[in-house]
Each structure stands twice: as C-alpha cells, then as structure tokens.
Design a protein around this ligand. Structure first.
Ligand SMILES: Nc1nc2c(ncn2[C@@H]2O[C@H](COP(=O)(O)OP(=O)(O)OP(=O)(O)O)[C@@H](O)[C@H]2O)c(=O)[nH]1
Ligand SMILES: [Mg+2]
Length: 387
C-alpha cells in the first residue's frame, strides 16, 4: 500500500493533521517534541464511487463507500519534529527519519501562520525558512546513511550504493542514473564529500518528493504568508489546510452532533438543543470551511492522484452484475500508478491471474482490451484467464 510520511519542524501541527486524517488518537500539545515515537495509521483518498453512476448499492471490501463517495485507504506515518542541525544531533536528531524511509513521498507540514519559530517555540517567524531547512536536513540524513556505510562502498561499484540505500524505496537503476547525471565514478567509487552531498541531494528529490501542507489557515496571517510562499517557491505544490478544524469536524461527526463528509465545505447540524459553547464552536467551524473547506481531503487526494500519479481501478469478475465471485458488488478499489496495464493489474490481483491472462473487458464500454491496455482512472475491469 502507498505510504505517506508527515514531517516538519516541532509544533507545526503534524499530529493534529495525522489525527484528523486517520481519527487515531495521536498526542497533540502546544509545545515542541510532543511526538517521540512515530504514529502510524490509515488515511483515505475520496473519489466518486461508480455505484452512483450504475444506480446500485455496492459492497466495498477493501475500502468504504459513504454517500456515493469511495474512500480508498493509504498508509500514513507521523514522526517527531525535525530542527535545524538535527544531523549534528540537535533536538531529537535525525535518526528517527528512518521511520520515513519506506515512504513514497513526504508531506511537510508548516506553520504558515508564522507564529512559531524553527524550534517550534512561539515567536514570529518566516515560514519560508521551514521549507529551506527541512530540505537540507533530509539531504544530510541520506548523506549520513552513505557515510556510515562508506566501508561497504569505497572502491566498489555503484551497486554497493543501491544496497546501502535499499531501505529508501529507490531502485538500482535510479541510483545508477543519479550517479551518471552527476558524472560520478560508477566503477570504482572514490567520491569526495561534495560528491556525496550532491548525490544525496538528487536521490532525495527522486525518492522522497515533498509537497507542502500550509497549516493553520484559521489564523489571520496565514493567507498572506501562503501567497508569498507560492511566489517564492513556484515549483512547490503548496496546499492550504486547517488541521484543528478538520479534527473538530470529524469528532463532532463521530459523536452524531453533525453530519460532515471530509472534503465538503459544509455540514449539517443533527443534534437539537446545542449549548452555547457548541453553537459558537460550530459557527466558527462553518466560517473556516465555507470558503475552501479544511483542505485536508484535498491534500490527500492531490498527494496520491496528482503528486504520486495514481489512479483508482475496480476489478470485477461479472461484467454485468459488477460483482466478484462472492456476489459482492464493486468490492475492491485498487490504487495503481498511472501507466499500469491490464496485465499489470492481473499480476497485482494475483500472480496466477497474471500468468494465465488471456484478455480483459472494459466494463463501461463492454469492449475487449488486450494486455497492453493502459488503465484509466475509474475503470471497471474484468480479467479473463485461462482455466
Ligand atoms: N490555530 C491552529 N492551531 C493548530 C492547527 N493545527 C495544529 N494546531 C496546534 O498546534 C499545536 C501543535 O500541534 P501538534 O499536532 O502537537 O504538532 P506537532 O507538529 O505534531 O508537534 P511535535 O510532535 O511536538 O513535533 C497544538 O496546540 C495544536 O492545537 C491549526 O490548523 N490551527
Ligand atoms: Mg507530534
């Protein structure tokens, strides 16, 4: 399953965002280094479920369907706060970043209100510096992995580097390309410190792409700061979010006080006889989300569908009833990389399916497609195998 890592300086709202996304109870507090051990949980992307289009009731197995929206699970992890010079041991250091090694991409949470500094303490600060320092610390983290293992690399071929970086979810070919791009010696590694730094920098960009969750849109300064950040970092994907609002809405929804669907810009009040505090709280939440929502569901969707270039596909066994062999309608929603073929999907379901693949049917068009067919987002596919 896809794994997304949340990172950033202390006290920027990582655990709040994590709790809002997963509804797990991560510890949240108003001071730096609240989180020490990583929090792991399940988050969801939200797409239109084909059940509405076909006017049927689905029986989701690996995902959920609420109000005609399919929520597809992904893994998410929230780690401790990172500070400048973590690679020299400042704060909690950078060893805990190992928890992020298997992540497909990172979301850096920033305090876009600019009310806390790089150590997470309350003091006016430019959020731009959060983006800059984190890049650097991640490079130093990868560099430190290489340097710690230098005796396994020095004088050897490039495959020794791939072996050392195995845990970073980057393949051998990419490691080789990176070294070639930098004109480094691949046959007998003799890189100097600058070479190792440049190599770590490029590997970081390839194996751990970062997008920015600009948090705390409920505070006055945030809008203006985000505008500036978008100009200063034109190539960065910056998504405005409000972690506390999403968490409050999800909690109120869970308690049955309101009906709120993540990603919506409104909610319905269900509970009668609200007390004054509840009424004021809900009014404030309404004001926060009516313009752009809390941004949290958008953040999840953009991360997976746009940033990681993935699509959702629904495999079925009966192309008329849209069921599997247990008569469950549209049971599974599968996340795949854009460019995945019908044959790749068969292998993703089961290796036997892949081996015995004959053809597939695009259920919407009822057309037969071959193994080379490139799947599209929202496709419903039946795979026919040799029996
Ligand atoms: N105003 C506002 N405050 C927020 C928002 N999100 C989080 N906070 C507050 O920011 C503080 C820190 O939140 P945490 O989620 O613990 O932050 P963290 O990044 O996990 O902190 P560490 O684990 O210490 O690194 C808490 O007081 C939160 O209530 C937000 O969207 N708006
Ligand atoms: Mg935390």
């Amino acid at each position: 399953m896809v794994l997304i890592g949340l990172c950033g300086k202390p006290n920027c709202g990582k655990s709040t965002l994590f709790s809002a996304i997963t509804m797990a109870n991560a510890e949240i507090a108003d001071y730096p280094f609240t989180t020490i051990d990583p929090n792991k949980g399940i988050a969801y992307i939200k797409v239109n479920c084909p059940c509405t289009e076909f006017n049927i009731t689905c029986n989701p197995q690996n995902s959920k369907c609420v109000d005609g929206y399919r929520f597809v699970p992904i893994n998410i992890i929230d780690v401790a706060g990172l500070v400048p010079d973590a690679h020299k041991g400042k704060g909690l250091g950078n060893k805990f970043l190992t928890d992020l090694a298997q992540a497909d991409c990172l979301i850096q949470v920033i305090d876009a209100s600019g009310r806390t500094n790089l150590e997470g303490k309350y003091s006016k600060s430019d959020p731009k510096n959060e983006i800059l320092f984190l890049e650097l610390e991640l490079i130093y983290w990868i560099k430190s992995i290489l340097e710690r293992n230098w005796n396994k690399i020095k004088g050897k071929k490039i495959d020794s580097v791939s072996e050392v970086l195995q845990g970073l979810k980057i393949n051998e070919l990419e490691v080789e390309h990176t070294a070639r791009e930098l004109n480094l010696n691949l046959e007998r590694i003799d890189w100097n410190e600058k070479d190792i730094f440049e190599f770590s920098k490029l590997i970081k960009e390839k194996s751990k792409p970062i997008l920015i969750a600009a948090n705390k849109t409920d505070l006055n300064e945030t809008d203006e700061n985000i505008k500036k950040l978008k100009i200063e970092f034109p190539n960065k994907l910056i998504i405005p979010v409000c972690g506390v609002a999403e968490l409050a809405l999800k909690k109120a929804n869970e308690k049955g006080i309101i009906h709120y669907l993540p990603g919506n810009k409104e909610f319905i009040i269900l509970q009668k006889n609200l007390d004054k505090e509840q009424e004021e709280g809900l009014l404030k939440l309404k004001q926060i989300i009516q313009k752009n929502g809390t941004g949290i569901q958008e953040l999840m969707n953009i991360t997976v569908l746009n940033f990681l270039n993935m699509i959702v596909v629904y495999p079925v066994e009966d192309e008329n009833k849209l069921t599997n062999n247990k008569d469950q309608i549209l049971p599974d929603a599968i996340l795949l990389k854009k460019g995945t073929t019908a044959l790749d999907l068969a292998f993703a379901i089961h290796s036997d399916f892949g081996k015995h693949f004959i053809r597939a049917i695009n259920v919407r068009t009822k057309k037969i497609v071959g193994k080379e067919y490139i799947l599209k987002h929202n496709d419903i596919i039946k795979i026919i195998v040799k029996t």
